[in-house]
Design a binder for this molecule. Structure first.
Ligand SMILES: Cc1cc2nc3c(=O)[nH]c(=O)nc-3n(C[C@H](O)[C@H](O)[C@H](O)COP(=O)(O)OP(=O)(O)OC[C@H]3O[C@@H](n4cnc5c(N)ncnc54)[C@H](O)[C@@H]3O)c2cc1C
Length: 391
């Protein structure tokens, strides 16, 4: 399906921003693990933090497809920048779809401006994939909830200022996920950003450990106003997160492929460019085919989401295939570069370090396979899933 005029204009804007502002400084900031304050400010001015927030709350109201295009282009320049947007817009999406009207009016306009950026606090030292095992507790006390617990790997934990805290309001619920609620919180006494966690890649953007000790947030900040709905809210939000991570993977894979194509035509061995050796051509052909297939899967998932459908299956497939593609293409690009690909003189080594995050984040690929299989088995008992899933 061809892109609309608005989508083409957006892609052109992001490409221009990436080329002029991001590419010249990404490697330096990433290697120094330095937060890109100036780039984040520019992203605010460009309206990226309101991309998917409805226009009535000051955002652009873009659908998932347009959002995926934005993320792909941005990740092609520097993947870390897409992380600042991801949990922010995921939390905005949860507030839009699951919040009370008062919560929408209070949070979405400031979030659309990007002045206040959001963090999503699910993972804990003893609970990641198994979300229902979270131990962070929230106990009602008068007009507040009192929160105690510890969260791991929280993106936007330091420079963000709105926290969607996945916690238990009923520790004894059976099954345990029925005891989960989401509380929206802001910085205040009892919320402590304990440390920035050092990482292999995805550097420059903070990944933090956050502790809550008798931290109080008003009861009016209970997402949707009803206890026990948090698991459903978070799973719905993760669909958009998976589209983000899949689109990031396509962006990084495209950057690696382009670098490999360029280098293969410049570098000569045995009297000719390495691009003329059949072994290299085979690699380039496989890489490009995988990247294109990954892009199409992302677009398919995003378009279905824009039709208002639940897309666990499609977003799972897109996230699984795009992230595995990214890992493979980044590795192959490094091989094509030979020794120089292993050095910090070129961004190929960054693509190689960034790629593994996409197989872990927003649900590991082991879990994506389970989500895909579960959906196939539930909805497509005839086995003709290609037809029945409308692919
Ligand atoms: C850089 C970075 C940023 C992150 N940002 C955030 C954030 O902003 N907010 C947030 O809440 N979290 C964040 N995370 C956490 C991330 O979502 C989790 O790391 C991820 O969900 C996996 O959880 P875990 O690390 O606890 O692994 P575990 O759940 O302990 O899994 C360990 C291994 O076991 C496998 N496994 C687990 N259960 C099963 C099963 N049933 N069947 C088969 N295999 C299984 C997993 O696939 C994995 O291979 C971030 C992580 C990183 C690295």
């Amino acid at each position: 399906m061809p892109l609309s005029e608005d989508q083409r204009a957006l892609v052109a804007t992001v490409r221009d921003f990436v080329k002029r502002e991001v590419v010249p400084i990404a490697t330096e900031l990433e290697l120094a693990d330095e937060y890109p304050h100036a780039l984040v400010d520019q992203m605010r001015e460009l309206g990226f933090f309101g991309a998917t927030i409805p226009e009535e709350y000051g955002g652009s109201g873009a659908g998932a497809e347009t959002y995926a295009l934005l993320i792909e282009e941005l990740a092609k320049g520097w993947m870390s920048l897409t992380g600042v947007l991801n949990t922010h817009l995921l939390v905005a999406h949860m507030i839009e779809t699951s919040g009370t009207q008062e919560q929408r009016e209070r949070f979405l306009p400031v979030m659309a401006q990007g002045e206040r950026r959001a963090a999503l606090c699910i993972t804990e030292p003893d609970a990641g994939t198994d979300v229902a095992a979270v131990k962070t507790s929230a106990v009602r006390d008068g007009d507040d909830y009192v929160v105690n617990g510890r969260k791991m790997f929280i993106t936007n934990g330091r420079y963000g200022s709105i926290y969607a805290i996945v916690c238990k309001t009923d520790m004894n619920a059976d099954p345990p996920h029925r005891g989960i609620s989401i509380l929206l919180g802001e910085k205040g006494p009892g919320l402590d950003v304990v440390r920035d966690i050092p990482k292999l890649g995805y550097r420059g953007v903070e990944t933090t450990e956050v502790a809550f000790e008798d931290y109080r947030t008003p009861a009016t900040n209970l997402l949707g106003g009803t206890e026990g709905e948090g698991f459903r809210h978070v799973m719905g939000g993760l669909e958009l997160g998976r589209i983000n991570v899949a689109a990031r993977a396509v962006g990084v894979a495209r950057a690696a492929l382009e670098a490999a194509m360029q280098y293969a035509q410049q570098r000569r061995t045995f009297g000719k460019p390495i691009a003329e050796h059949q072994a290299i051509q085979q690699k380039l052909a496989d890489m490009a085919t995988q990247v294109k297939a990954a892009h199409l899967l992302v677009m398919d998932a995003a378009r279905k989401k824009d039709l208002g459908q639940r897309v666990d299956l499609e977003a799972g497939m897109a996230k699984l295939f795009a992230s595995e593609t990214c890992l493979n293409v980044a590795t192959e690009a490094m091989r094509i570069h030979g020794g120089v690909g292993y050095t910090q003189d070129l961004p190929v080594e960054r693509y190689f370090r960034d790629a593994p995050l996409m197989i872990i984040g927003e649900g590991t690929n082991e879990i994506q396979r389970q989500v895909i299989a579960r959906n196939l088995l539930r909805h497509h008992s005839s086995g003709d899933f290609l037809f029945e899933a409308g692919l």
